[in-house]
Design a binder for this molecule. Structure first.
Ligand code: BGC
Length: 808
């Protein structure tokens, strides 16, 4: 008790000190104003912003003590773990931005501030309220990563990134722990909703756009989780066995593109091991590949408490397997959040020679570079008042751009002019899910329900149904809120459907023009989705679809299903029963308005799937090897499918999907014509042009995809792979746009494991210009006369398991 009071008193003193702390004084030298970071009235080299960071850092390095250096590589963490881990260095800087995930250590003596890190990716995750003030600190709940990727629109993503960056800056954060770009290896991964795609090119391009957007104002990002964190179960102890080729072509490639095209301030290593080594302690991953091959100059940080066998249990002293020094030597500069035992480890290892001060210095210098490049060190006076209204408008529009129209029989959508009365079914229609759970969840001020969105769009919704659903939904929401108080990391259970009497559906069918049913799923960190009652619909959901469809159809009225979830779901058993299906994903705080914009036709859907929807779960190439073994606490997972992930598998092995990668309908139609290629023989690059014409009756945008089939006489390859894409501008009926896409030599190359190189094999290549992975519109071919070694790389990250990758 006494301890608690002392602690509270200490926190108050710290908080009060911070509240009244003077901003650093200014100092004028040669007519220029600088911040006197250490308040000594002199301009020290490290304070001199005219000097490049490396000069300023060299000066600082001569001043820092060993203890200060060690503190710099140990971050502080979010509140909540103090009770779990004895003497943890957490919470010490919580007052800076309450609800942030952590900060770096501050060295006041040199005016080195703590750099604040906030979670994402769907917005800035901070506490919405703070002690002693009525002001609220809600951040915008943007659509989840999956929806954003389904826009295939890098310009729009950059704009969303800019808005997020603005909230990072104005809420006093420095690094947004986003984007999350692991490959969707399997539809059941609990965090797929945060991730972009099953395809590394789409992933990398969308990630680069997001990072460039966020970082434009000087904020930083942390692209995560590097790498192969493709399932959640026992994620801190899971060893991913995967071939070099699958790593290079699938699991690392998105990160490679992001690093090369956007230069994220930080990269977050993942929890898992790859081929026996924790990613955060893997020199070959973090230095040989990331820095030496890709040229990355920024900071690598661990995922929270990452790199310990047995995860949190180890931190609490059970079965501890330390690898602090290995992490630092591997190039994992910052340990988040640091704990006292890591400090001991470092000191011991410095003594024994297992770690040298030079090793430590490398990490410290990178961290200093990040701090000296931050907005915080510029003493930016953040407002705590980002333009939430403007961002709400952006999120509403961005959400519509990524929604995917899966079915639309006889133009059931948009709702016909004159449609007035809507029967809104399904619990989630009254409580749409805006985002997933865990660190990817944003504290937003509101979520527009579908019922509200439809009302805002001028429709009347069935009052009786509303009265039936509302108390049920409210009671369910209250239960979940209560349970979350006890266990904040809990996964939100599926919202049940109350049993609707047939007579009620009949009455509703007689009074309304159209039925709309929402079916949805939530998922999040720490566990994966299940096949039953998650990937598959529940019996009560199927009953609802059955009953509503037969009753409404009997009266000649249409039934629309809105899917409100973060990933693929089973559709084949029920899709023919309804007239239209809109995949609305987890669309952010404006959810209901965004869905209504599409249903009403105010916006024409232009999203396309960034992943395959299988007919049944067993059709997925990793179905038998998803989480690994032993099943209850998997420690080993075999990526036996090799590079045949997603459409690469479905297309090559002729497995019919429910909806293929790149698929999505529109309220209009598009014609592709006049495909031209710049040369029939490939030299250094090749340009592909074609025209896209809106041949329908309303304006719309089309996502166009370029797939390449490469010669397979040397190694097996997927029948085709996405190599470029674009989204047209909004084309009016009859309007045409010429699209030009570029192919580089690297685009022709596959990873030849025997040669440790990206190799473009000689022979004939076929280019397909397509509307989806199965809807080719135009074809051309060209020759590569000689085999070319495009890039020789290091023979690292060897798979030690004894399986051979799947081959066609
Ligand atoms: C998640 C990260 C997140 C971190 C900090 C971890 O559990 O895996 O994505 O950034 O926590 O909240």
């Amino acid at each position: 008790m006494i301890k608690k009071y002392i602690l509270t008193g200490f926190c108050l003193i710290v908080a009060t000190f911070q509240l009244f702390a003077q901003p650093p004084k200014q100092i004028v030298v040669d007519g220029k104003t600088f911040l006197d970071l250490n308040n000594d009235g002199k301009l020290q080299p490290y304070e001199d912003t005219r000097l490049p960071n490396n000069r300023r850092i060299s000066d600082l390095m001569t001043r820092l003590t060993l203890d200060e250096k060690i503190n710099l590589v140990l971050g502080t963490g979010m509140k909540g773990f103090e009770g779990l881990i004895k003497d943890m260095v957490v919470g010490g800087t919580e007052y800076l931005v309450p609800g942030a995930a952590g900060t770096t250590y501050h060295l006041d003596k040199y005016g080195i501030p703590a750099i604040v890190m906030t979670d994402g990716p769907a917005g800035v995750r901070i506490s919405p309220t703070r002690k002693n003030t009525d002001q609220t600190f809600y951040a915008t709940g943007f659509p989840v990563g999956t929806l954003l990727a389904c826009t295939w629109d890098t310009k729009l993503i950059e704009q969303v990134g800019r808005a997020i960056g603005n909230e990072v800056l104005e809420y006093g954060s420095d690094i947004q722990l986003a984007p999350a770009i692991n490959i969707m290896r399997n539809p059941l991964c609990g965090r797929n909703y945060e991730y972009y795609s099953e395809d590394p090119l789409l992933t990398g391009k969308i990630a680069a756009a997001m990072i460039n957007g966020i970082q434009e104002n000087g904020s930083g990002t942390s692209v995560k989780h590097f790498a192969a964190n493709n399932s959640e179960k026992n994620r801190m102890d899971l060893n991913v066995n995967v071939s070099q080729r699958a790593l290079r072509e699938i699991y690392l490639r998105g990160f490679e593109i992001a690093v090369k095209e956007s230069n994220p301030a930080t990269i977050m290593s993942s929890y898992n091991k790859i081929n026996g080594i924790y990613t955060s302690a893997d020199y070959d991953l973090l230095t040989t590949i990331l820095r030496d091959e890709w040229g990355y100059k920024g900071v690598v940080i661990t995922d929270w408490f990452g790199g310990y066998s047995n995860g949190l249990e180890a931190l609490m002293g059970k079965g501890k397997e330390h690898n602090t020094s290995l992490q630092l030597k591997a190039g994992n500069d910052l340990l988040m959040p640091g704990i006292p035992s890591q400090k001991e480890d470092i000191l011991n290892d410095l003594k024994s020679g297992a770690l040298t001060e030079a090793d430590l210095d490398i990490c410290v210098k990178r961290i200093l570079d990040m701090i000296l490049s931050s907005n915080k060190i510029r003493n930016y006076q953040f407002s705590n008042k980002p333009d939430l209204k403007k961002h709400a408008e952006l999120t509403r529009q961005a959400a519509t751009e990524g929604m995917v129209l899966l079915e639309n029989k006889e133009n059931a959508l948009p709702l016909a002019p004159g449609t007035k009365n809507l029967a809104v079914f399904g619990s989630l229609s009254y409580n749409l899910i805006a985002g997933g759970t865990g660190s990817g969840d944003v504290n937003k001020a509101y979520i527009v329900s579908l019922k509200e969105g439809l009302k805002n769009a001028g429709y009347s919704t069935d009052q009786k149904l509303e009265e039936f659903y509302t108390p049920f939904v409210n009671a369910e929401v209250a239960k979940v809120k209560e349970a979350l108080k006890a266990n904040p990391l809990m996964l939100v259970p599926l919202m049940p459907q109350p049993k609707l009497k047939e007579s009620m559906i009949k009455e509703s069918a007689s009074k309304n023009d159209v039925a709309i049913i929402t079916i949805g799923r939530s998922s999040g960190e720490l566990d994966d989705r299940k096949i039953e009652a998650d990937f598959k619909l529940t019996q009560e959901e199927l009953n609802l679809i059955d009953n509503a469809s037969s009753i409404f159809h009997a009266q000649g009225k249409k039934v629309i299903v809105v899917l409100n979830n973060g990933g693929a779901i089973e559709v084949t058993s029920w899709k023919d029963k309804v007239d239209a299906i809109l995949m609305a994903w987890l669309p952010g705080q404006e959810a209901g308005n965004s869905v209504a914009d599409i249903l009403s036709g105010k916006e024409n859907p232009s999203g396309k799937l960034s992943m395959t929807f299988p007919i049944k779960y067993e059709d997925v190439s990793s179905a038998d090897n998803f989480q690994g073994l032993p099943a209850d606490k998997p420690t080993e997972v075999m990526y036996k499918e090799g590079v045949y992930v997603g459409y690469r598998y479905f297309n090559t092995f002729n497995v019919k999907p429910a909806y293929e990668f790149g698929y999505g309908l529109s309220y209009t139609t598009f014609e592709y014509s006049d495909m031209r290629i710049s040369d029939k023989v490939f030299d250094n690059e090749l340009y592909v042009s074609f025209n896209v014409k809106n041949t329908g009756k309303v304006s719309g945008k089309e996502i166009v995809q370029l797939y390449l089939s490469s010669p397979t006489n040397v190694i097996d390859k997927p029948v085709k792979e996405l190599k470029a894409f674009a989204k047209t501008r909004l084309l009016k009926p009859g309007e045409e746009q010429t699209i030009t896409l570029r192919l580089s030599l690297r685009d022709l190359a596959s990873f030849n494991q025997g040669k440790s190189a990206w190799v473009a094999d000689k022979g004939s290549y076929q280019i397909e210009v397509a509307a989806s992975a199965l809807d080719t519109r135009q074809k051309e071919s060209f020759m590569l006369p000689e085999t070319k070694i495009v890039e020789k790389v290091n023979n690292v990250l060897n798979n030690k398991a004894s399986f051979v990758d799947l081959k066609p």
